[in-house]
Design a protein around this ligand. Sequence first.
Ligand SMILES: [Zn+2]
Length: 127
Amino acid sequence: MGPPWKSRYVCILNMKKTSHVLHTARIANNCPECYASNGLEFTFSQEVIETKWYKKAEKTIAETLYCHTCNSTIYPVTWNDDIERVHEYHQKLVVPHTTGTHLTSLTYILLLAGIVIVAAVVYLLIR
Ligand SMILES: [Zn+2]
């Protein structure tokens, strides 16, 4: 929850935040909670903001380690050295979306329409 002006701003832009999964990996490490060695899975995801006008990927990559055996999220504070090593390895495999702003086709159409209108006005003025 942000300040009220921010939610209004988000509403005007019709902003949509979606989480894109970039990379997942089942790892053979022991779970720090239930000690099972077949339940841990890393998920790397990135939030992408989409509005009617543009699309932009967030810089930060969200990382979660989930254990499918005890159905719990394993937080980094409980990670041991082995998990840290595997995490480092998988982190290098993650290819993030570029964080530049991409204009949507609607924006291009409106820009083009704007240029056509300006050209028409100029033509009428100098005729
Ligand atoms: Zn577990």
